[in-house]
Design a protein around this ligand. Structure first.
Ligand code: NAP
Length: 266
């Protein structure tokens, strides 16, 4: 195809999905550019340890992210570090506008924009974000060395991050809304065996309490009895899943109730 400034493919998002797409596209000799607004590798950058990636018994998330990126770039994949602010689908080609004003065109666009940490949406959460409230243990755990922290959630992320924080903090309270963790069996075993982790079953955080010095407590509600109680803590780490970053998805695209695009086998 003649080089008319139109790419064959623009990939939006440089997480594992986008970088994998980049590897395949470059191997297929497609004129491709990948746009990433932060660090390549996506959410895995925030993982202390990855132990279920075939071929690596143990690897840090940041190291794995670097390897993904190096692999894609070894094929010459161009990566632009910018935010995409607009995607305009077209019949001949699609237009992509970047935050710096650059406009790109491509015959195909892959949206691999991942997700953002889900919020609890309780009083205190927005006001004290960064002052004792975090969505990333690897980034902020250090500040809670020998302190008490609350981790909210019951999935793999909450379990893994609790284990990471338990090595640093004086005490980790894992607050989960049910009486059973969602996390995989091995992680569950490790969490339950860690004497520094105290699971607060059937509990939800209804408020994060803080003053000028930062977080000092959470208000918990028992999901079975409705009883309220205060739990003293120096910090709150929230790992209750991710919401898809779907703002660039063109209008009219079929999505499910959680905001994920409904796909088929193609
Ligand atoms: P997740 O699997 O969706 O788990 C979210 C957890 O938060 C669930 O336990 C859920 O409770 C709880 N939750 C959701 N909304 C809540 C709310 N408003 N208030 C209180 N609790 C709430 O999310 P994730 O743990 O981030 O994992 C995301 C995906 O990545 C999963 O597929 C996971 O397997 C994967 N992952 C894998 C690994 C690994 O393999 N090592 C590590 C990290 C993540 P319920 O259980 O009651 O629904």
């Amino acid at each position: 195809m003649p080089d008319n400034g139109v790419h064959d493919l623009i990939i939006i998002g440089g997480g594992p999905g986008g970088l994998a797409a980049g590897i395949y596209a470059m191997r297929a000799a497609l004129k491709t550019v990948l746009i990433e607004m932060a660090a390549p590798g996506g959410q895995v950058n925030n993982s202390d340890s990855v132990e279920n990636w075939p071929g690596d018994v143990h690897i840090s998330g940041a190291e794995l992210a670097t390897k993904f990126s190096q692999h894609a770039q070894s094929y010459g994949l161009e990566i632009i570090y910018q935010e995409v602010v607009e995607l305009e689908p077209g019949l001949d080609y699609h237009r992509v506008k970047l935050a710096n004003g650059t406009r790109l065109q491509a015959h195909a666009v892959i949206l691999a924009t991942g997700g953002s940490p889900r919020k609890l949406n309780v009083p205190g959460e927005e006001d004290y974000y960064g002052k004792g409230i975090s969505y990333c243990a690897v980034c902020d755990g250090f500040f809670f060395r020998d302190k008490t922290v609350v981790v909210v959630g019951g999935g793999d992320t909450a379990a893994e991050e609790s284990l990471y924080l338990a090595k640093l903090a004086k005490k980790v309270y894992l607050v989960h809304r049910r009486d059973q963790l969602r996390a995989g069996a091995l992680l569950q075993q490790r969490v339950k065996a860690d004497c520094n982790i105290d699971i607060q079953w059937n509990s939800v955080v209804t408020e994060i309490k803080a003053n000028d010095d930062g977080v000092y407590a959470v208000e918990l509600k028992d999901t079975q009895t409705g009883a309220q109680r205060e739990l003293a803590t120096d910090g709150v780490f929230i790992f209750i899943g991710f919401d898809p970053n779907n703002t660039l998805v063109p209008a009219g695209t079929k999505m499910n109730a959680d905001g994920y695009v409904i796909t088929d086998e193609k």
